[in-house]
Design a protein around this ligand. Structure first.
Ligand code: ZN
Length: 205
């Protein structure tokens, strides 16, 4: 019920103010989050909660299955604001095991609009079909695909003109890929961080 939600909000706000007088007045003047989080819309993976961060500490963009479409104006606007206005230097693409969006992308059933949205994951599944076949079961295959989707997301964020321009200007932004386990509440680093100099190194190889 919406009434319960409003009651809980009033309790939370009173508690926070009692704990730290002037908390909201201070936070209202400005935000200076250290992280930009791009994650899945899944209700079980709220950025602030799983990363142990308070309001004001993480700028967030979420969509179904944390897909990075290079022409998604919503994501690009948030990314540009994060980098240029909030001067955030740590960007996180976070996927999660047991992702319903990733599962939908592996099924033959029609899912309406979601099939358009999830198309990059279907494409990844085709590209990595041989690797995915090595996994023991369907759940492991989907979790592997969720990891691949994060790595691909990091690459796509890194290739946006926003990041390319920032790196060219000598700004030390790093883009990290993490995956969250619904079963244990832990975030894991997928070791696919891209930072300044990455593309020069690749070009030199
Ligand atoms: Zn998900």
């Amino acid at each position: 019920m919406i009434g319960d939600l409003l009651d809980r909000n009033a309790q939370w706000s009173d508690h926070k103010n009692a704990e730290e007088p002037g908390y909201f007045a201070r936070l209202a003047t400005r935000q200076s989050p250290e992280f930009f989080w791009i994650g899945c819309s899944d209700s079980r993976v709220p950025a602030n909660v799983v990363a142990g961060l308070d309001p004001g500490e993480v700028f967030v963009h979420r969509n179904v299955a944390n897909v990075i479409h290079s022409s998604d104006m919503n994501m690009l606007s948030a990314l540009e604001f994060a980098v240029e206005a909030l001067t955030i230097r740590e960007i996180i693409v976070c996927g999660h095991y047991g992702c319903g969006g990733v599962k939908a992308a592996t099924e033959d059933l029609p899912h309406g609009l979601a099939d358009h949205w999830l198309e990059p994951i279907r494409r990844l599944a085709r590209s990595y079909a041989v690797d995915l076949a090595q996994e023991d079961n369907e759940e492991a295959r989907r979790d592997k695909l969720a990891e691949l989707n994060v790595v691909e997301g990091v690459r796509r964020v890194s290739e946006t003109p926003i990041l390319q321009r920032a790196w060219k200007d000598g700004i030390g932004i790093r883009v990290h890929g993490l995956i969250y386990g619904l079963k244990d509440g832990r975030l894991r680093d997928l070791d696919c961080t891209v930072g300044p100099g990455h593309f020069q190194k690749e070009a030199a190889q």
